[in-house]
Design a protein around this ligand. Structure first.
Ligand SMILES: CC(=O)SCCNC(=O)CCNC(=O)[C@H](O)C(C)(C)COP(=O)(O)OP(=O)(O)OC[C@H]1O[C@@H](n2cnc3c(N)ncnc32)[C@H](O)[C@@H]1OP(=O)(O)O
Ligand SMILES: O=C([O-])CC(=O)C(=O)O
Length: 371
């Protein structure tokens, strides 16, 4: 047996949902650049779940189903008032409350295709409500109920801030959701597939995936990028700060990728949005600092930025708390997780690799009094 640390280069599943070939990302054969420039998030959700673009009626129907399912059981919302909300990371709260949703879903254990599809809709619809309600309650505010006539991106910002967002904010947030929706066999998606390949339910798969996304080597990097920008503070400090980290072999969050070599095609869209939004907010120093960091890290380490790097200044410009960045990633990525879970169920086999044993050889048991 040979081992490959981190499963690098191992092909562990077949999928027709998304692909990364020669640094080009596609969802069901559509280039991410094409989708980012032209498609709305709900359209992309439909694409991932049905493996084709919707017509106008199908899109309207999905939007209606999402709007109809956004409300979260009051029992789950009440729970926010029982835990130490100011000491809890929102990803921890999201992981726990997504699990709680299953308690109030009569179809939680129904493994029919229809029930699983409906559960994908429920998860997609309810996760923004959970994230925004958490954010409101910890500020001592009441959660804001979703508005049925708003789209998915607009509803998120509305429930978060309690006021209707501007068009430019909705446009940027919607595009960020499109860019984060799916990404082949990334760590959280693989986690979801491993979980449901035991024929466990979709809630379990999504809860497991949230746990995997939380880590700073994966989705958690976006929050860490903002922490770094805040720590650096000014453009003048960038060079010394980054040099110190690189000299001490400390990773710069938001750079590097297991699969991309020349660069993450999503980063340029977020860079452009970051420039626009930080300028609009009078915080263009964040963009200038980011550009300088990119110049240094790319120049010295040949590591281009990934999706997490510029999304940090984009979300900050939308006045979103920094610890909500990764939950927002989850709100988008649950579309991809669900697509992969449904694909896994459709052609399932238990995922069970082997480990190379490197421990001691055969030993004889020694009674405790002789040790
Ligand atoms: C949505 C996403 O999940 S995108 C990724 C988000 N994660 C981050 O941004 C965290 C920072 N980046 C990283 O930790 C890595 O680049 C990963 C986890 C994304 C990919 O990791 P791997 O493919 O396992 O690469 P690995 O961690 O082995 O790094 C290879 C080499 O590049 C270096 N390297 C990789 N990323 C970075 C970085 N961000 N900063 C500095 N050096 C880096 C490593 O130190 C290592 O150097 P060495 O060979 O001298 O020891
Ligand atoms: O694919 C990966 O390893 C991580 C990533 O960029 C993502 O999940 O979007």
């Amino acid at each position: 047996m040979t081992t490959t640390k981190g499963l690098e280069g191992i092909v562990a599943a077949e999928t027709s949902i998304s692909s990364i070939i020669d640094d080009t990302l596609t969802y069901v054969g559509y280039d991410i650049d094409d989708l980012a420039n032209n498609a709305g998030f709900e359209e992309v959700v439909y694409l991932l779940w049905h493996k084709r673009l919707p017509n106008a009626t199908e899109l309207a129907e999905l939007k209606q189903q999402l709007a109809d399912n956004m409300a979260v059981p009051q029992e789950v919302l009440n729970h926010f008032k029982t835990f130490p909300i100011n000491d809890v990371h929102p990803m921890t709260a999201l992981r726990t409350t997504v699990s709680m949703l299953a308690l109030y879903d009569d179809a939680a254990e129904d493994m029919s295709d229809e029930a699983n599809y409906l559960k994908a809709i429920k998860l997609q619809a309810k996760m923004p409500t959970l994230v925004t309600a958490f954010s409101r309650v910890r500020q001592g505010l009441e959660p804001v109920a979703p508005k049925a006539d708003l789209g998915y991106a607009a509803n998120f910002l509305y429930m978060l801030h309690g006021e209707l967002p501007q068009d430019i904010e909705v446009e940027a947030f919607d595009k960020a959701l499109v860019l984060h929706a799916d990404h082949e066999l990334n760590a959280s998606t693989f986690t979801a597939r491993v979980c449901v390949a035991t024929l466990s339910d979709i809630y379990s798969g999504v809860v497991a995936a949230i746990g995997a996304l939380k880590g700073p080597l994966h989705g958690g990097a976006n929050e860490q990028v903002m922490k770094m920008l805040t720590e650096i503070g000014t453009l003048d400090n960038v060079d010394a700060y980054i040099k110190d980290k690189l000299d001490n072999k400390v990773k710069i969050m938001g750079f590097g990728h297991r699969v991309y070599r020349k660069g993450d095609p999503r980063a340029k869209h977020l860079r452009e949005m970051s420039q626009k939004l930080t300028t609009l907010n009078g915080e263009s120093k964040l963009y200038d600092m980011s550009i300088r960091i990119e110049e240094i890290v790319t120049g010295q380490k040949n590591l281009p930025p990934n999706v997490d790097f510029y999304s940090a200044s984009v979300y900050h410009s939308l006045k979103i708390d920094h610890d909500l960045f990764t939950p927002i990633f989850a709100v988008s990525r649950v579309s991809g997780w669900s697509a992969h879970i449904l694909e896994q169920y459709a052609n399932n086999r238990l995922i069970r690799p082997r480990a190379e044993y490197v421990g001691p050889g055969m030993q004889k048991y020694i009674p405790i009094e002789e040790r």
